[in-house]
Design a protein. Structure first.
Length: 166
């Protein structure tokens, strides 16, 4: 059965930074992480080595999604939506989605493809692990919205302090 592991922690606690190091050089990981580079959020598709802007300045493009003071490019979400629709072709041991947050709780960002993807995953017979990154303040809301049944919830502080993982 396909397992779900949630990596959680507060904002700017090192979740993506740790995942960046953990995935570097690995060939058994698919999915995407969203690193901050020079105070701008990017999307990095792990198995295809593609880096795309996710965040933009307010006036840079009309086709954006705003959350608070941040503006995100719809075209980057469209790209990742297409990736999520390739569910059956994902054959790596680990699949990473970084991160599920406020946009998704509002039905934006990775939605509606994320709901479909998670439903397929939870009903899959794949022998893989899906790693979901969710900030701790949104953890219960995300678990409730998507009816997740994670195998494990791991705090980034546990990984950093105790050097534990899967």
């Amino acid at each position: 059965m396909a397992d779900i592991v949630i990596l959680t922690g507060s904002v700017q606690s090192g979740k993506t930074t740790w995942l960046t190091g953990w995935t570097k050089g690995r060939t058994d990981v698919s999915g995407f992480i969203c690193p901050d580079i020079d105070n701008t959020r990017f999307l990095y598709l792990l198995d295809e080595d593609i880096l795309m802007s996710l965040q933009t300045d307010a006036g840079a493009k009309a086709d954006t999604i705003q959350v608070g003071r941040f503006y995100f490019l719809k075209e980057t979400f469209d790209f990742i939506h297409a990736w999520m629709r390739k569910f059956e072709g994902l054959d790596k041991n680990y699949v990473v989605i970084d991160e599920i947050g406020k946009l998704e709780l509002k039905g934006l960002g990775l939605e509606p493809e994320l709901s479909i993807f998670l439903n397929l995953w939870q009903n899959s017979k794949k022998n893989q692990v899906l790693i979901l990154v969710i900030r701790d303040s949104l953890l219960d809301s995300v678990i409730d919205k998507y009816q997740l049944n994670p195998k494990e919830i791991i705090g980034i502080s546990d990984i950093l302090v105790k050097n534990m993982w899967l």
